[in-house]
Design a protein around this ligand. Structure first.
Ligand code: ATR
Length: 273
């Protein structure tokens, strides 16, 4: 019987993960299936246990279960510990292992797909919720010269700064609100707020985009108000989060199967669809 994997969430019908992993499995000749599981909002753990009992080998976890997946995991990777959230579960005789591949997925998309190195650059990360926290450690590990956290509620950004200060090494880690960004310039601005989901843009001062800079929205599939504003304010390049989605999937796939799938053909397929 093929090894079983799935994405679990609520809602989950829109998820592109089954398609992405099916293509990965085909390209790497892995004998596996990958389905979507809709779990009741109050029924995450029973759904996971049922999947394990049925022989399931691993799960991707999406909204709203990433914190519950973190709690359920018996062992966790350092990046999952830092994120305090888990998007990948692996099941074995040793138990339930939790990982978080969102941050490495973002870094892979930026550095490999978009050709934007982070080392020595000035990076602005917008947001201080789960999405921002989830990518913070992998971003710091790339050793940008500056990583500035900016959030509508400035205190939440400062709390994240305090929590990650010891991991910043040579990177200057700063935090504050949006208005305090006036007069600053960045090479990369990443939107990890939930503003795009409400079809809004974070209220940013003008002049943030340095020559040649990239504006990146973790949301994918459309030009969000954040990206439209970045274009109007002089960002040289714009990117949505589709590449991050494919790269985090590839990292989960690698964790489960020990094989690194090629991502370019999948990304091209999704872009043209
Ligand atoms: P997620 O898991 O998507 O990060 P979250 O933990 O609820 O969700 O965090 C949402 C983030 O988006 C927060 O940083 C929030 O700012 P506040 O901390 O001030 O609430 C931010 N956010 C949501 N809507 C926003 C908007 N319209 N403009 C700017 N920031 C917004």
């Amino acid at each position: 019987m093929s090894d079983r994997y799935a994405v679990i969430g609520n809602p989950v019908a829109h998820s592109k993960s089954p398609r992405i992993h099916a293509v990965f499995a085909g390209l790497t000749l892995q004998d596996m299936t990958y389905e979507a599981i809709l779990a009741p909002v109050d029924g995450f753990e029973p759904a996971v246990r049922a999947f394990i009992a049925a022989g399931g080998r691993g799960l991707n976890v999406t909204v709203p279960f990433k914190l519950q997946a973190y709690a359920l995991a018996q062992t966790r990777s350092p990046r999952a510990e830092a994120a305090k959230a888990v998007n990948t579960l692996a099941f074995s005789a040793a138990g339930i292992h939790g990982d978080n591949t969102d941050g490495v997925g973002l870094v892979a998309d930026l550095t490999r797909n978009l050709g934007v190195p982070l080392a020595g650059r000035r990076v602005l990360l917008l947001g201080a919720g789960g999405a921002a926290r989830g990518v913070l450690l992998p971003l710091l590990e790339q050793q940008p010269a500056l990583l500035r956290l900016a959030n509508r509620t400035a205190d939440k950004a400062r709390a994240l700064q305090a929590e990650f200060a010891a991991r910043a090494a040579a990177c200057r880690l700063e935090a504050g609100g949006f208005a305090e960004l006036a007069g600053r310039e960045f090479d990369l601005v990443i939107n990890a707020t939930a503003a795009s989901l409400a079809d809004e843009a974070p209220p940013l001062p003008h002049g943030l985009y340095a020559a040649g800079s990239l504006a990146y929205d973790m949301v994918y599939g459309r030009e969000t108000p954040f990206l439209a504003a970045a274009r109007a304010q002089g960002a040289a390049r714009l990117a949505d989060g589709l590449g991050m989605l494919v790269e985090q999937a590839a990292e989960s796939f690698f964790l489960w199967r020990g094989v690194r799938p090629p991502t370019a053909p999948v990304l091209a397929q999704l872009r043209s669809a």
